[in-house]
Design a protein around this ligand. Structure first.
Ligand SMILES: [Zn+2]
Length: 584
């Protein structure tokens, strides 16, 4: 990458350049021919990795006169995929999915999230913005607007209307995202000739990656069981989306119920099918196979999310988007963002050591293999670049860890807030001085504090003392003075990166390792710890080397790396760096 750019900068002449006209002319022409050789050779030799690949009918070769770029970039975010899941089930993965990524692509083995909290909206935003909540404003899936005390959903927007779906009372757009994304920057770089599409079951995981100005962003509407969008993007669904919805694929996918893909006795990487720390579907007597997902889907369409068929549906819709918008078929680069969300829903319900999670990854591996081979045929192998990563990981179920004598526990923030409010009200004789514990932040009721003339500093002092005594809390951080918490360096950086003055609270709570705010059934994520923040990052295809690196990189480095690959400006809130070893 570097040589491509440096080839264009002429060496500057020495300060005192006293030569005769003739000698000067010889030197200048020598320098000029050197420059021409440098600037043309790498362009053709290093920047045209598709030349070894056969051209397909649908994908004519990039001519040497045009800026070399892939035909299509596909960013796949596997929701809640811990880094170790690349390897945990690899004995049972086929050759065309995760193993193809590793065998053909470049894997950054030590990729970490560098912000808090490690939640879906925040992760998706950082992947595509190269930025952090402090700057891009996506401070959680929800947050408390500090000016009004109102709870805000990350992609809520009262000024838009749903299109194709229902989803009241919240209407969706990227309005709350303050910075640009690589998808926005691609649109700007090509004067909006590119086509950018976001696809996910989750509204936030479709909207935030696709940026502010995509061709479309689509998500699953649980009421109607169809893919929908909002008036931010378009007035009515494109014909191809309506055709897809009319096929009623969700019902077909769940029709056979959910049993394990292979004989259940071969699932050696998981605990027994029924454990006390697994959740179950509503109405299910025990969390065991086969799950009657056809029945649960009929009762509530939301249930397809918590089955492997949600991922199949998502990737089938992604293929329909490639067809519908002719992605990767023109002389300009397109960008498709895909979130496979079912890994997250299944993980939350059953926990990472369940057969359900193992099965959802084995099935996703097959679905990915099918998707890549579809892209090979449609866009042409070597003509597209794919990267696969995760928005966050997940902890093991608390009682699973405890059963194996590993320290763990639930930091019930709701109970902590109740206790704190009781303590404050006994001292100040005013109730509900704390609003919420959103995103591990204590949000004081700032309006009430102003009205009553109480001192926020005095309230914080009492609260810090109370919170520091709570079991399972390791750090209690006054965000007006975070250094007083004596945080180890990487955690301090995550705290600062994650803190948005207008959208985060006044005191941040960090639990001990193995502890989290959640339930004793299934699991969750959100902490700084490696199980939540060590994520897979694999690139494959056009412009990508084969190999691996153990150098520590961060989620913020993904966007600038893709920007460098495409020769486009990095997003305007980017703080990451190019992962140079990935690029040819
Ligand atoms: Zn989640």
């Amino acid at each position: 990458m570097r040589s491509f750019f440096t080839a264009f900068s002429l060496p500057s002449p020495p300060a005192k350049f006293k030569l005769t006209f003739m000698r000067g002319r010889v030197i200048v022409s020598l320098l000029l021919s050197l420059y021409l050789i440098q600037s043309s050779a790498p362009t053709q030799a290093q920047r045209a990795p598709t030349q070894a690949q056969p051209a397909t009918k649908s994908s004519p070769q990039t001519s040497s006169a045009t800026l070399p770029r892939p035909k299509l970039v596909i960013g796949i975010v596997v929701d809640q995929m811990r880094w170790d899941f690349l390897y945990r089930y690899s004995d049972c993965y086929g050759t065309g999915g995760f193993r193809r990524l590793l065998n053909e692509g470049f894997t950054c083995e030590d990729t970490y999230i560098s912000h808090l909290p490690s939640y879906t909206a925040v992760g998706h935003t950082t992947i595509f913005s190269g930025s952090v909540p402090s700057i891009d404003g996506i401070a959680g899936n929800d947050w408390i607007d500090q000016a009004t005390g109102k709870n805000i959903y990350c992609v809520s927007d009262d000024d838009v209307q749903p299109v194709g779906g229902t989803s009241p009372p919240i209407y969706m757009s990227p309005k709350n995202l303050l910075s640009s994304t690589i998808t926005d920057e691609l649109m700007l770089a090509t004067n909006f000739r590119s086509r950018v599409v976001g696809v996910s079951l989750k509204d936030r995981a479709s909207i935030l990656p696709a940026g502010h100005t995509p061709t479309g962003a689509f998500w699953f509407d649980d009421v109607k069981g169809v893919f929908s969008t909002s008036t931010w993007y378009m007035k009515e669904l494109p014909a191809w989306v309506t055709r897809f919805n009319d096929r009623n694929e969700p019902e077909k996918l769940v029709a056979g119920g959910w049993n394990t893909m292979y004989p259940i006795g071969t699932y050696h990487q998981s605990t027994a099918d029924s454990t006390p720390w697994e959740g179950a579907f509503k109405g299910e007597s025990a969390p065991v196979f086969p799950h009657d997902i056809a029945k649960y889907y009929k009762e509530d369409h939301d249930n397809i999310r918590s089955s492997p068929f949600g991922n199949t549906l998502t990737l089938d819709f992604a293929k329909a988007a490639v067809e519908g918008y002719s992605l990767g078929q023109r002389d300009v680069t397109d960008f498709l963002t895909i979130n496979c969300a079912s890994t997250d829903y299944v993980g939350h319900r059953f926990g990472p050591n369940s057969i359900e999670v193992e099965d959802v990854y084995l099935r996703l591996d097959k679905d990915l293999a099918d998707f890549f081979s579809y892209l090979d045929g449609k866009v042409g192998k070597g003509n597209y670049t794919v990267f696969l990563t995760a928005d966050h990981g997940a902890s093991h179920a608390v009682n699973f860890l405890k059963a194996h004598q590993i320290p763990a526990g639930i930091s019930g923030i709701r109970n902590i807030i109740k206790g704190l409010n009781d303590t404050l009200s006994s001292i100040y004789k005013i109730n509900d001085l704390v609003l919420s514990g959103t995103n591990y932040y204590i949000n004081f009721n700032l309006a009430k504090i102003r009205q009553t003339g109480l001192s926020l500093d005095s309230l914080k002092g009492v609260s810090l003392t109370y919170l520091q005594r709570q079991t399972g809390l390791q750090y209690v951080i006054d965000m007006a003075n975070p250094d007083a918490a004596l945080l180890p360096r990487p955690i301090r950086e995550m705290v600062i990166n994650g803190f948005n003055r207008k959208r985060s609270g006044q005191i941040l709570l960090l639990p001990e390792p193995g502890w989290f705010d959640g339930f004793d059934k299934g699991t969750t994520h959100g902490t700084w710890n490696p199980q939540d923040t060590h994520i897979p990052l694999v690139f494959m295809g056009w412009g990508i080397k084969h190999g691996q690196s153990y150098r520590t990189v961060h989620m913020t480095d993904i966007a600038p790396t893709v920007s460098a690959l495409l020769h486009i400006q990095a997003p305007n809130g980017n703080i990451g760096e190019v992962i140079q070893e990935v690029l040819k």
